[in-house]
Design a protein around this ligand. Structure first.
Ligand code: PMP
Ligand code: GLN
Length: 385
């Protein structure tokens, strides 16, 4: 057996969802919405299933979805992509991450990563033979500076992996940060993989800046997107990689022996959805922002201290500032016993980091959020003891 997998626990998301199901707890752990998806996207996929979209589509994705992705980013981010040579449709962002890391890393290559990091990153980098170089980001701003990058980059740096907006810190990197990073990427001739699955879920009037909008990064970056996040359909697992032709041709080789293709009827639904007008995306964001504010207001009124959330479906409790003297794993166990599942943020660190923040998913109906608030506020005195 491969020792990496043999020694690995089940992901925290699966674990906490299973515990929530078993105990009947309200699940604010794993990130999935319980409402808010567009019916016309579902109808389009359902109709496609009945109208011949059932055999292997082209390996890089259906022409209609690749055209829709290109048109979408032209419209929303001012980025020009050639659907034929710069887009590869994958089975979710997870497959895109795996394909990109397998395609770009050779044994011994150094990979710069920023933590907290999404839990799939490190195992994928290590299995691909990469040597991780970690930059630790700190609350409340979760930003890097030139000194941190200078420490992480070496002549052996081949790949950089960034997540923007960042799960679980719910923070974003702005254009100036991306331009700073671009200087280091260019100096080392590295490739930047940008996991931008949360690109549309940004709040308070902010606008996401894609790496493809930065001229110095346009042709040395792989941008990863996911329909699961854009349309609140996490089970669909439709994602994509956007990159210059010389990168895309190699990415497609890795993709062809992972999943090869992605269900064509789902691609039809996503293609339709990406063409929605800007008003739909603004309303989607506003809906999640309202949910964020509802959960935050209830928890703060009940005595919790929270870290800010500028994007994603997540925000975190600051345990120490909330008067809870436990680490995140202990606090998550206690809250589960009180009827609410959460995610301890230590799952997003490479080392055996003890963290004192707990992630909550607010992409839920008002009644679900209100019930969770009531249970969490009632549990707070016990958590403090
Ligand atoms: N990257 C990040 C940062 C994520 O948060 C997620 C899912 N929450 C993924 C990748 C995986 O996306 P998908 O379900 O499309 O594989
Ligand atoms: N990305 C989701 C989250 O952050 C979980 C995805 C998964 O369960 N693999 O909650």
């Amino acid at each position: 057996m491969n020792p990496l997998y043999a020694a690995m626990p089940t992901t925290i998301f699966e674990t906490m969802s299973a515990r929530a199901r078993a105990s009947g707890a309200i699940n604010l752990g794993q990130g999935f919405p319980d409402s808010g998806w567009p019916d016309d996207v579902l109808d389009t996929a359902a109709a496609a299933l009945r109208h011949g979209y059932n055999q292997y589509p082209p390996m890089s994705g259906t022409p209609e979805l690749r055209a829709a992705i290109a048109a979408h980013y032209a419209h929303h981010q001012g980025v020009t992509l050639d659907p034929a040579s710069e887009i590869t449709v994958t089975s979710g962002a997870t497959e895109a991450l795996a394909a990109a890391l397998l395609a770009l890393i050779d044994r011994g290559d150094e990979v710069v990563l920023f933590q907290p990091l999404y839990d799939a990153y490190l195992p994928l980098v290590l299995r691909a033979g990469g040597v991780p170089r970690l930059v630790r980001l700190s609350p409340p701003h979760w930003q890097f500076d030139a000194a941190a990058l200078a420490h992480a980059f070496t002549p052996r740096t081949k790949v950089v992996l960034i997540n923007n907006p960042l799960n679980p810190s719910a923070s974003t990197f702005d254009r100036a940060s991306l331009e700073l990073l671009a200087g280091f990427v260019a100096e080392r001739g590295a490739v930047l993989i940008a996991d931008e699955v949360w690109e549309h879920v940004v709040f308070d009037g902010a606008r996401h800046v894609s790496v493809l909008e930065i001229p110095a990064l346009r042709d040395c970056s792989v941008k990863i997107g996911s329909a699961g996040k854009i349309f609140a359909l996490t089970g669909w697992k439709v994602g994509w990689m956007c990159a210059a032709p010389h990168l895309t041709s190699v990415l497609a080789r890795a993709h062809q022996f992972l999943t090869f293709t992605t269900p064509p009827n789902l691609q039809a639904g996503v293609a339709m959805g990406l063409g929605k007008d800007k008003g739909w995306f603004a309303a989607m964001r506003a809906g999640f922002q309202r949910s964020r504010d509802r959960l935050a207001a209830g928890l703060v009124a009940g005595g919790y201290t929270l870290l800010p959330s500028a994007g994603t479906w997540f925000m975190s409790i600051d345990l120490a500032a909330s008067g809870i003297p436990h680490d995140d794993v202990t606090a998550a166990d206690r809250l589960l016993a009180a009827g609410v599942a959460t995610i301890p943020n230590s799952a997003f660190y490479a080392e055996d980091a003890v963290t004192t923040t707990l992630r909550l998913c607010f992409a839920k109906a008002d009644a679900t959020l209100d019930a969770a608030i009531a249970k969490m506020v009632a549990a707070l005195p016990g958590l403090r003891g």
